[in-house]
Design a protein around this ligand. Structure first.
Ligand code: HEM
Length: 206
């Protein structure tokens, strides 16, 4: 959670126009709604920014399939028709970070695009079971053993960001890392900002 929040803050510090748009979205939302569970389905721009940040910076960079095949399984790669045999009993480690950063899966994969996962009407696009990104976007894993806390995590992120943006303005400082200059520590299965995220906040005037 904290790593996700750190990466989202990094994105917001580097994309002021998006931050302003998120703040506007939240301000409009709270005019008629409480900040509660309903944030999950009613803040489309924030939703897309969180999804895109988790794509670029998945805090858990890999996970292991627990469904070990009981017999050899021949997999046909739909992109080139080649066949690969997965021997029985093997565990498969999913190259999550690489899937998310592959230009074949995402045009300009290394670039932040706030609207990658939302259409002009604010609807979440192509994320469903059969959607284009169904297996290309996996920050919470995929399948029967995916992250049990994913909805909770998304709601908490949205509530924290909403409260932050309603009360404070985010400002860069001389120590704020610029876009891809952010140094990252990769451990066995996680990634976190090496030196944290530097910025400052100032109170929003009423
Ligand atoms: C942004 C925050 C989070 C991210 C990116 C994340 C990511 C993941 C990933 C990639 C997996 C592995 C899925 C797999 O192996 O198929 C996982 C599993 C899991 N997560 Fe999360 N997670 C987050 C937050 C949370 C929270 C807040 C909770 C609990 C409140 C939680 C509880 C779990 C549990 C219990 C599992 C194991 C599920 C199982 O083995 O069946 N996660 N998470």
């Amino acid at each position: 959670m904290s790593a996700s929040l750190a990466f989202i803050t990094h994105i917001l510090l580097n994309n002021n126009h998006i931050t302003q748009q998120l703040a506007k979205e939240v301000e409009e939302f709270v005019q008629n709604n409480d900040l509660d569970y309903s944030v999950e389905n009613n803040l489309p721009v924030m939703d897309s920014v969180i999804n895109e940040t988790l794509r670029l910076y998945p805090p858990q960079t890999t996970f292991i399939s627990r469904c070990n095949p009981t017999q050899d399984f021949v997999y046909e790669d739909p992109s080139d028709g080649k066949h690969y045999t997965i021997p029985k009993g093997i565990q498969i480690q999913v190259a999550l970070y690489q899937i998310h950063r592959d230009d074949n899966n995402y045009p300009n994969a290394n670039h932040f695009n706030a609207y990658r996962f939302t259409d002009r009407s604010g609807n979440r696009v192509n994320m469903g079971t059969n959607g284009e990104y169904s297996v290309k976007w996996q920050p919470f894993g995929r399948g029967g053993r995916d992250c049990i806390g994913k909805t909770y995590a998304r709601i908490v992120l949205k509530l924290i960001l909403s409260n932050l943006l309603l009360k404070f303005r985010l400002n860069t400082t001389e120590n704020t890392a610029r876009d891809r200059d952010l140094e990252i520590v990769y451990k066995t299965a996680t990634m976190t900002p090496k030196h944290g995220i530097y910025g400052s906040v100032s109170a929003q005037l009423p």
